[in-house]
Structure formats: structure tokens, C-alpha cells
Design a protein around this ligand. Structure first.
Ligand SMILES: [Zn+2]
Length: 240
């Protein structure tokens, strides 16, 4: 019976290791996804800066165009000024010139601000492009690392699966099916230790009779409360 419990203990260990590997494999996928998200975020920021720069350049061009038009208007008005015969006509033309000059002054300020924005956004774009390159480099590195770790995990899973089959072939069918049933029911495992007459699976105190049965070691003893297979503490095959 001690040997059967040893086998069950080993089976439980192997199952736990396989579960951990499954969890690790999921974590690896998360690492890649997080880095992919970062790359997408950086690209979005770079694209935003690019669009803003195009917009600022367009504004600078539009302002320049308005200035040129106003300068042409002024040139026309200067011709009119030279041909003006009456003071009223003269005043009107001079007023027009002044108004255009005021506009030009305003647009020059706006154009300058737009050009400064273009400069700043160009630098921002370069900085973000560098960040995208770095994030993509890191993503490639993470993917390589994950691929290597995944290969190692797959090797371990194959090894443990073979080990599990080897143990299962040794366990008596009735015990094995009881173990499988309990494994499906208890996430922490089918086998629990008894310490100080307390089941370590459900922390219920077991009867003296149960303890005696365990000590005799002639049959598989189950916890009356949670139904797990029991092993005495002090047994070297004890699960933690
Ligand atoms: Zn129990």
C-alpha cells in the first residue's frame, strides 16, 4: 500500500508540474502580446506626429500664399496711388494698403509659428521613429526568447507526459480510476497529508479510526469530509 501511495504521490507531482508548464506557456504569450501592444502604441504616436507636421506645413504654405496675394494687391494699390487725383481717392487707396500691411504682419507671425511647429514636429517624429525601432527590436528579442523557452517547455512536457504514462501503467486500475475521479474534483490534488489528525486538503479533523487505518497501511484511506486519498505525515512520500 505504501508503494501505491508513492505512485499516486509521483503522479500528483507530475500533474502539478504539467499544470505549471501550461501556466508558464500562457505567460510567454502574454509577454509577446504586451510588447506587440507597445509597438502598436509607438507607431500610432509616430503617425499622429506625422499628420500634425503635415497639417502645420500646410498652414505655413497657406499663410505664405495669402501674404503673396496681399503683396500683389499692395503693388496694384501703389499704382492706383500714383494715379489718384483726389484726396478722398488717395485716402481710400492708402487705407487699403495699410490694411493689407496689417494682414501681412499678422500672417507672418502665424506663418512663423507654423514653421516652428513643423520643426518641433519633425524632431518629435524622428524621436518616435527611433522609439518604434527600439520597440520592434525588443519585440524580436522577446519572440526569440519565447521561442527558445517554448521549445524547452515542449521538451519538458513530452518528458513529463511519458513519465505520467509510465507511472499510470504501474498503478492498480481501481486506484487509478479513484485518483482520476478525485483529481477532477479537487484542484489541489487527489492526495492529501494528515498532520496532527487534520486533513491538509480540507483542514477537517479525521477520526482516530481513520488514523488507525492509515497507520495499519493495508488499504487506501479516504478523508470522510473531502474524499481525498490520505497519507500520514512523516511518510517521506508526503505531498507538501
Ligand atoms: Zn479532507
Amino acid at each position: 500500500m505504501k508503494e501505491t501511495l508513492q505512485q499516486i504521490r509521483s503522479l500528483q507531482d507530475v500533474n502539478r508540474k504539467l499544470e505549471r508548464l501550461q501556466h508558464d506557456a500562457e505567460m510567454l504569450t502574454v509577454d509577446v502580446r504586451n510588447q506587440e501592444r507597445l509597438v502598436r502604441q509607438k507607431k500610432r504616436q509616430a503617425e499622429q506626429a506625422h499628420q500634425q507636421r503635415l497639417q502645420a506645413a500646410k498652414e505655413a504654405d497657406a499663410t505664405q500664399l495669402k501674404i503673396e496675394e496681399a503683396e500683389q494687391e499692395i503693388a496694384h494699390l501703389i499704382v492706383q496711388l500714383n494715379m489718384a487725383r483726389h484726396q478722398r481717392e488717395l485716402d481710400a487707396v492708402q487705407g487699403g494698403i495699410l490694411s493689407h500691411r496689417a494682414d501681412i504682419q499678422k500672417w507672418e507671425d502665424e506663418g512663423l509659428a507654423a514653421l516652428q511647429s513643423v520643426d518641433e514636429l519633425t524632431k518629435e517624429e524622428e524621436r518616435l521613429a527611433e522609439e518604434v525601432r527600439q520597440a520592434e527590436g525588443e519585440l524580436a528579442r522577446v519572440k526569440d526568447e519565447v521561442a527558445a523557452r517554448r521549445a524547452e517547455q515542449e521538451r519538458l512536457v513530452a518528458e513529463l507526459t511519458a513519465e505520467r504514462e509510465r507511472i499510470r501503467r504501474q498503478v492498480r486500475p481501481a486506484v487509478l480510476s479513484a485518483y482520476d475521479r478525485l483529481t477532477g474534483r479537487h484542484r489541489s490534488g487527489a492526495l492529501a497529508a494528515i498532520k496532527g489528525r487534520v486533513c491538509q486538503g480540507c483542514f477537517t479533523r479525521v477520526t482516530k479510526q481513520t488514523e488507525n487505518l492509515l497507520m495499519r497501511g493495508e488499504e487506501i484511506v479516504y478523508c470522510h469530509s473531502c474524499g481525498r486519498m490520505l497519507m500520514l505525515a512523516g511518510n517521506e512520500a508526503l505531498p507538501e
